[in-house]
Design a protein around this ligand. Structure first.
Ligand SMILES: Cc1cc2nc3c(=O)[nH]c(=O)nc-3n(C[C@H](O)[C@H](O)[C@H](O)COP(=O)(O)OP(=O)(O)OC[C@H]3O[C@@H](n4cnc5c(N)ncnc54)[C@H](O)[C@@H]3O)c2cc1C
Length: 391
């Protein structure tokens, strides 16, 4: 079948954004997702200021509209960063709010926008094979689709990336080397007591080269942790999560359901991310912040960049590989490389007492700057201010 110009594999934030932009530009787009929407996606649901800003730029929705449409379900101006529950930084009120979303509603909303813009959708059918030579995808149901372009937006376990690996275009070992494992549990607010955990908490010291978190939503709290798999060998993540829950003194009547999902955590700079007809975006391309694990901003942004590169390819004949890769390297990889450097600088000392004290002093003296860095108001590069994300 060749009724579409572009096949977008995966309808999460990256795929939905690419599809939305392309449909708006007049392309015939088909999104294929193995899940049926609304569907859950394991995530802390933290939405930073730069994510709110990019949503406004792409979709035109401001914060008030996102709240009214239940895309964002909780906001708070407080936060806490601690080491094994000893506070390093606590703020009751900061000048930038943290927003939180339930991914069931968040993802369904953006997929709905792509559909409303004209993108078609096949849901509940997984892509099981991608033929990079023929630009064809094969589904679990036996169907096959072919188009001029394919966008791989199918998350951390991307089958489109696997096709790049299979054809020897990128390295499997390097990709797995930088994967982090994440576990989460969702707990009803009624179980933990009203007023408890009103702010997001980032907690270091439980997991190596990663962190644990408690993120509040309107009706529940999300408790989780994630860290580089290779740095936590010999330790069961589920046991560490149990230890963290006990330290938080959370006792629930109903047994909690532990869920896990991988996250690319520092593998953003592995080539290639595109050939002349196939592009990887979002988690499939490894575009996740290697310090905080934030992926929503980059999912929307790389989805947008892919749509623009594809449009330039069609209208001006620009090489897709060159134009997408060069903008990704200049804008995304350079910033993430600084974040990765900061990770090395900050995660390693957390395991030694003397360096930890130094880090604590540093964090306390740069509280405002670090908060602005998390929200994208400042770049990781020497904490330079970025005009586009001013609060
Ligand atoms: C535990 C955890 C907590 C996180 N917390 C945060 C946070 O607080 N804030 C933040 O910004 N980021 C967070 N992230 C990262 C964020 O969730 C991801 O970066 C983001 O979801 C990436 O979006 P995406 O569209 O690239 O991929 P996804 O959201 O994973 O979407 C991929 C889509 O592809 C579909 N798919 C997969 N395989 C196939 C297939 N074979 N065929 C068809 N469809 C397929 C899936 O069903 C899915 O709908 C977290 C991640 C984890 C694991």
């Amino acid at each position: 079948m060749a009724d579409h110009d572009v096949l977008v594999i995966g309808g999460g934030p990256a795929g939905a954004t690419a599809a939305y932009r392309l449909a708006k530009l007049g392309y015939r787009v088909l999104i294929i997702d193995k899940a049926r929407f609304p569907r859950p996606k394991l995530c802390g649901g933290m939405v930073s200021l730069k994510t709110v800003n990019i949503i406004k730029a792409i979709y035109g929705d401001d914060l008030a509209e996102l709240r009214a449409k239940k895309v964002i379900d909780y906001s708070t101006d407080g936060y806490e960063i601690s080491y094994r529950l000893t506070s390093i930084m606590v703020k009751g009120t900061s000048h930038i709010e943290f927003h939180l979303a339930d991914r069931v509603d968040y993802d369904a909303y953006f997929l709905g926008r792509a559909r409303a813009a004209g993108a078609d959708l096949v849901e509940g059918e997984a892509v099981v094979k991608v033929d990079l030579e023929e630009n064809a995808v094969f589904l679990s149901t036996g169907k096959a689709y072919k188009a001029r372009f394919i966008i791989g937006a199918d998350g951390a376990n991307s089958v489109v990336r696997q096709a790049f690996i299979r054809d020897g275009l990128c390295d499997k070992r390097e990709w797995h080397d930088q994967m982090a494992s994440c576990l989460e549990v969702y707990i009803d607010r009624a179980e933990v007591g009203d007023g408890k955990f009103p702010h997001p908490m980032l907690v270091f010291g439980f997991v190596k080269w990663g962190y644990a978190w408690v993120f509040p939503n309107k009706d529940r709290i999300v408790v989780g942790l994630g860290g580089l798999v290779k740095k936590n060998k010999g330790r069961k993540f589920s046991e560490i999560l149990g230890e963290f829950l006990s330290a938080l003194q959370i006792k629930t009547r109903a047994p909690v359901k532990i869920q896990g999902h991988p996250i690319p955590y520092g593998n953003f700079d592995l080539n290639p991310v595109a050939n002349e007809s196939v592009i990887l975006v979002g988690d499939a391309g490894g575009y996740v912040d290697p310090l905080w694990g934030e992926g929503l901003y980059l999912a929307h942004r790389t989805g947008e960049l892919a749509a623009e590169a594809l449009d330039r390819r069609t209208k001006c004949g620009e090489s897709l590989t060159t134009s997408y890769t060069s903008v990704i390297k200049a804008e995304v990889c350079r910033e993430l490389a600084w974040a990765k450097w900061l990770r090395r600088f900050s995660f390693h000392p957390l395991n030694t007492k003397c360096n930890f004290v130094f880090l604590k002093i540093l964090l306390r003296s740069l509280t405002k700057q670090i908060l602005e860095m998390i929200h994208g108001v400042r770049s990781y590069r020497w904490l330079r201010r970025r005009k586009e994300n001013a609060p």
